[in-house]
Design a protein around this ligand. Structure first.
Ligand code: ADP
Length: 259
């Protein structure tokens, strides 16, 4: 049951991206079709001198479309939890480039990654999925636009959570300037299937999946949010030196109850 839940969560993230990607893909196809059409007309008129330019435009568009589908396929092909040392900056850059396709023009995406971070000891695909889900939630909280900031640094004593073995934790956060949450909503957000979104738009699995991922990795999640003040979701994750995998049992309640 857990495997199929994980599968459905994966599909949800892919589904939420689909609209943005289909739009981008369609723009690329329009470029290709337009250029080929112009080429055909020039050739019919015997004007071979301008054909090269249209050919270049068509090729560039086709290459962009191919790169987009490759990234999408790599994202869809991911496997179950497999913690390994992961270069956080690399993963966050990959997520940012994927998320850029799902964000409307009035939402700005910022990356703020500290230099020289140690590797996280997590499943890189799940980390990618988690941050992507948080970015989609941030987008949904800002129908009038705003800013999403994905940041990463070492957690400090003042931040609160500590690794079980006293080791260091990485703090990866996704902050938005959106609607924020009431205390009543905040209390329920980690419950599977809790959603305030209209039918068909939200599954209520995003944050419970993020919570399960963080707990299973030996870390945790904290949320700072208030109505009108935006939301910051903080993922605390072990570094590869800390070697705190496990903690699966603690995470189970967050992902059970799915039937
Ligand atoms: P879904 O996004 O499918 O509703 P989630 O588990 O990701 O499922 O989120 C549950 C609920 O938490 C959302 O319906 C929304 O009410 C609230 N929420 C999550 N992220 C944010 C955010 N960044 N800003 C405001 N509300 C949020």
């Amino acid at each position: 049951a857990e495997a199929s839940l994980r599968q459905s969560q994966k599909m949800e993230a892919v589904g939420q991206l689909t609209g943005g990607i289909a739009h981008d893909f369609n723009n690329m196809l329009t470029g290709i079709i337009g250029s080929l059409d112009m080429m055909r007309r020039r050739i019919a008129d015997g004007q071979y001198d301008r054909v090269d330019r249209y050919l270049d435009t068509a090729l560039t568009s086709a290459e962009r479309a191919a790169s987009l589908t490759h990234r999408l396929l790599a994202f869809a092909r991911r496997q179950p939890l497999d913690p390994r040392p992961v270069a956080v900056a690399e993963v966050l850059h990959a997520v940012a480039s994927l998320a850029a396709h799902a964000l409307p023009e009035n939402v700005r995406l910022r990356l703020d990654i500290a230099e020289g971070l140690p590797p996280a000891l997590v499943d890189s695909n799940q980390l990618e999925n988690a941050v992507l889900n948080l970015a989609v939630n941030a987008r949904d909280a800002m129908p009038e636009g705003g800013e999403v900031t994905i940041s990463a640094r070492m957690a400090e004593q003042a931040d609160g959570p500590l690794a079980p073995d006293g080791g260091e934790l990485l703090l990866i956060s996704v902050a938005d300037t959106g609607s924020g949450m009431s205390p009543e909503v905040l209390e329920k957000v980690f419950e599977p299937f809790f959603t305030t979104k209209p039918l068909g738009q939200g599954t209520g699995l995003g944050l419970s999946m993020v919570y399960g991922f963080a707990k299973q990795s030996g870390g945790t999640v904290r949320i700072n949010s208030a109505p009108g003040e935006g939301t910051q979701v903080c993922l605390y994750l072990p570094t590869s030196k800390a070697e705190t995998v496990g903690d699966v049992e603690d995470a189970a309640p967050a992902i059970q109850g799915s039937g």
